[in-house]
Design a protein around this ligand. Sequence first.
Ligand SMILES: [Zn+2]
Length: 125
Amino acid sequence: MNANLANKIHPKRLNQLNYYETVLDYIQAICDKAGVLPCELDAAAFDFEDLGLGNGTFRSTTDSGFANPHGQITIRNTGTPGTDHNQYVYQVACSGCGHVYGANGSDIFERKCPNCQGGRTGLVL
Ligand SMILES: [Zn+2]
């Protein structure tokens, strides 16, 4: 995205709520103008990364923007202690249906959407 947009997005700052919401507003405005849904842009951006065309910014499952094989995307660390040992609750979004829920950091890599993929009920955000 940073290669193609006028405003640069800093992935490391996306775990700050104010910054995340600012970026979200920006992306939604762009999508609105382009006539695509934000989740479509998201899917295209991750296909781009998967093809090795991006800069490989997202490496860890707990990095904002990470997408697991089920299309579950890490949004941010909520800072709330999770239900697993030494874990935090991460806000995760489903790229399929847009459902947003909480998951332990250790579960993100294999998480399925509770709403459309029969995954476990999400943690409280
Ligand atoms: Zn879903």
